[in-house]
Design a binder for this molecule. Structure first.
Ligand code: AMP
Length: 171
């Protein structure tokens, strides 16, 4: 995890002044590190009976798909409004740097599914909490939420107190 921290690139004032953006593209480009991150995100859930991994646009798609494959689970995308072709549920939320909304296909998750939520980073927790709201809409169970990076000083996991939360590195 020291190598993971050393490989994450800090980009000051992106996308707006005052935000220190944690750029994970150097992690994605490192084959051994990408494998290690995938395995570490999946490890706590190997025997949790995960049927679906949900990932948020866009970096959640990358890590979420890899974790889904590692867990022999399916993957479902949570997307920005207007991107999904079929009928959707929508939830609005606040972001560390603005406001946003997420959508999920109404038939993406069934009541009998056990879902793991995966994203690259948890900041205020708004994105993840909105995602959990979408996933549980049809009665599915969330087994946990897994992040590569957690910004502890924003206390995002408070919004996810109903679920186990695992993060690989903390700032
Ligand atoms: P939040 O809803 O505040 O927890 O924000 C989490 C979402 O915004 C994740 O999808 C992150 O990819 C992105 N994000 C928020 N803050 C940062 C940051 N400082 N560096 C990189 N990504 C961030």
């Amino acid at each position: 995890m020291d190598r993971l921290k050393a490989t994450i690139r800090d980009v000051p004032d992106f996308p707006t002044p005052g935000i220190l953006f944690k750029d994970l593209t150097p992690v994605m480009a490192d084959a051994a590190l990408l494998r290690a991150v995938t395995d570490a995100l999946a490890a706590p859930y190997q025997t949790a009976g995960i049927t679906l991994v949900a990932g948020m646009e866009a970096r959640g798609f990358i890590f979420g798909s890899l974790v889904a494959a590692a867990l022999n689970a399916g993957f479902i995308p949570l997307r920005k409004p207007g991107k999904l072709p079929y009928r959707t549920y929508q939830v609005g939320y606040s972001l560390e740097y603005g406001k946003a909304a997420l959508e999920m296909h109404i038939d993406a998750v069934a009541a009998q599914d056990t879902v793991l939520l995966v994203d690259d980073l948890i900041a205020t927790g708004g994105t993840a909490a909105a995602s959990c709201e979408l996933i549980t809409r049809n009665g599915a169970r969330i087994a946990g939420c897994a992040f590569v990076v957690e910004l502890d000083f924003l206390h995002g996991r408070k919004l996810l107190s109903a679920y186990p939360v695992h993060s690989l590195v903390h700032y």
